[in-house]
Ligand binder design. Sequence first.
Ligand code: SAH
Ligand code: DHB
Ligand code: MG
Length: 226
Amino acid sequence: MTNHTETWSAVDAACDELLGSTPRSVSHAAARCIELGLPAISVSPMQGRFLMLMARLSNAKRILEIGTLGGYSTAWLAEGLAPGGLVTTIELNETWATNAEQTFREGGIADRVEVRRGAALSVMAGLTPQPDKFDLVFIDADKENSANYVDLALQMTRVGGLIIVDNVIREGAIVDANHPDERVQGSRRAIARMGEKPLVAASVLQTVGMKGYDGFAIALVGTPRG
Ligand code: SAH
Ligand code: DHB
Ligand code: MG
């Protein structure tokens, strides 16, 4: 495939500049990611804006994020919350979790974000007794488990809520049903889950930009089974 990442990055940057009004919490999280030398795998500014848009559209008061890293996507989600809302974000890496908490305090969103430490599958299992809790779940951690996170998210998202999974395209690798990379298989399974009830409407949005060629899987949660 021809690589147009340079053009896509320039377009991403131009759109970001044209739209402007980046929240201070978001700029601060971006600066901290660089300062702390974190891997450059946060969502792009356009993807972050998209997450904020989804949060606003679903009138989200309770958001669950799996995979905090530097809290960049977290900040966008927090800025999309309805008044009085809360983002719960799960991070396996203790140091990154602690640094993110500091980032949220400095960015002025600590009252709207809670960081939970640990492996997301066990942290989420501890959250499941409260069904219909979340309006939006953003899945962006170990891709091998994306489908497992979708399954758990289904038990804890309200009808009419959204489940969004990052990095499901992987430069197109997901077309290969026999791909040896477990992250590719995890992404394929996550998409397949979204074709099943009680997910009433789902789609996969291919994206290009500064992060190359990738995409989001998005599902609107329907009436629970049984
Ligand atoms: N959402 C962030 C990027 C997350 S990168 C953003 O766009 O700004 C993926 C993160 O998931 C990493 O910080 C990694 O430590 C975390 N992670 C990986 N496996 C995990 C697991 N099993 N449970 C919780 N977090 C995990
Ligand atoms: C990578 C990108 C991501 O958005 C992510 O969540 C994890 C890893 C990557 O490019 O390696
Ligand atoms: Mg990601």
